[in-house]
Structure formats: C-alpha cells, structure tokens
Design a protein around this ligand. Structure first.
Ligand code: COA
Length: 195
C-alpha cells in the first residue's frame, strides 16, 4: 500500500501503474523518508550506471542535498515503488535564480530489472507535466555518448541532440568524457509523450 506523502494530492499521486509484465508499480512524489530507499536503489545499480551519475547518489550527503532541493522547490522527483522498494525515479532540476530557468534538467533512472517495459517513458512523462506546471519550456538531458542505451531511449522519447561538448565531464573513475546534451521543447507539447 502506497504511503501518503505531503503534496501528493493535487497531481493525483500516488498513481498505480501496471507494467506489461504484470508488475504493479506505485508512482508517487518523493518524500524525505525516502532517503534510505534512494540510497539502497543507488547502491544496487550496476557499476556502468554509477560511472555516469551526475552526482554520486550512493552518498547520504548527496541524497540529503537532493531532498533539500525538493523541499526548496528547485527539484521535483517522482519515484516508482515495487514491493516496498524504489525501482526508478525521474527528476527535473530548475533554478529560479538563474537565467537558464526556462530550461529544466531531466534525470531518469530505472533499475535494470525494470527496463524496457515502459517505466522510463512513464516516469519521464510525469516529470514533463510537473516541469510544465513549473514553467519549464525546454527539458535538457545530459549524458555521455558512451551511454548508448540512454541515448536511444531519449531519442525515442522525442529528444534531439543539442550539443556535444568534448572532455566536459569526469566519470566516477576519474576519466574525462564528452558530454552529450539532448533537449525536448515543452511549449505546445500535448500528448506527444504520454504516460
Ligand atoms: C534510460 C532509461 C531511463 C530508460 O528506461 P526504460 O524503463 O528502459 O525505458 P522504456 O522501457 O520506457 O523505454 C522508452 C523508449 O526507449 C526505448 N529504449 C529503452 N532502452 C533502450 C535501449 N537500450 N536501446 C534502444 N531503445 C531503448 C524503448 O524501446 C522505448 O521506446 P518505445 O516506447 O518507442 O518503444 C534506463 O535505461 C536507465 O535507467 N538507464 C540508466 C540511466 C541513464 O543513463 N539515464 C539517462 C541520463 S538522465
């Protein structure tokens, strides 16, 4: 049974989602009590996924900062829960004080065992709606070109390549990598991406 979270009401959260493989997932807004669950999720990810994390969410302080950004309103996060465990999330990051505030940064992460069944698409669609409500006009997704699966998935979600920046980021192993920025306009977007 999904827990009740402050602020979960207006957008209709929590939502029940049945995946094509028959698994019933609950989709809801993140809450401060999810710190342990997010850490467990992050620490269960394969090395290759961790290599490319924008921030190291296996670290408690980083997750705390994330949750405090949610509280401040700079970040919105939707989590997918299965059997009491977090199996995916999507976030949009905005900073209202910056001149880039019309662009929101989307992050989506799904547990390997749940990939390829529409969960990533669903989580992205939820965060698109929240981004639109917050005045975001463009969603940007950041990855390295090495993340071929993510690149293919974001292509399918309607994202286009915006920029490729050479040696722009350092991976978790300390190696420089190119940064691929993909974007998706939200203005005039209706059901192009649907949950
Ligand atoms: C990217 C990610 C979130 C996709 O999640 P998912 O649950 O597998 O995605 P879905 O099943 O909803 O698939 C969405 C679309 O992408 C396609 N897709 C997903 N993974 C793909 C892959 N590896 N190769 C090609 N296409 C892929 C699906 O076919 C689907 O398209 P369709 O609906 O037109 O058939 C997941 O692979 C992931 O967590 N990757 C690691 C984290 C990451 O790199 N995130 C991106 C940076 S923010």
């Amino acid at each position: 049974m999904a827990k009740s979270h402050p602020g979960n009401g207006p957008a209709g959260f929590p939502k029940a989602l049945k995946l094509p493989n028959g698994r019933n997932v609950t989709v809801r807004l993140i809450g401060y009590e999810d710190k342990v669950g997010i850490l467990a999720f992050a620490r269960s990810l394969p090395h290759d996924d961790l290599l490319f994390l924008r921030t190291d969410i296996t670290e408690p302080e980083v997750v705390e900062e994330w949750l405090s950004n949610v509280k401040k309103g700079n970040t919105a996060t939707v989590v997918a829960e299965f059997d009491g465990k977090i199996v995916g999330y999507s976030s949009v990051h905005t900073d209202q004080a910056r001149w880039t505030r019309r662009v929101g940064e989307i992050r989506v992460q799904v547990a390997p065992a749940f990939r390829g069944s529409g969960l990533g698409r669903h989580l992205a669609a939820e965060i698109f709606k929240i981004g639109q409500e917050r005045g975001v006009k463009k969603m940007a997704a950041m990855m390295t070109p090495d993340q071929a699966g993510a690149r293919a998935a974001f292509d399918k979600l309607g994202f286009q390549v915006e920029a490729l920046l050479q040696d722009w980021v350092i991976d978790r192993d300390g190696h420089p990598r190119d940064l691929l920025i993909m974007s998706h306009d939200l203005e005039g977007l209706s059901d192009q991406i649907s949950a």
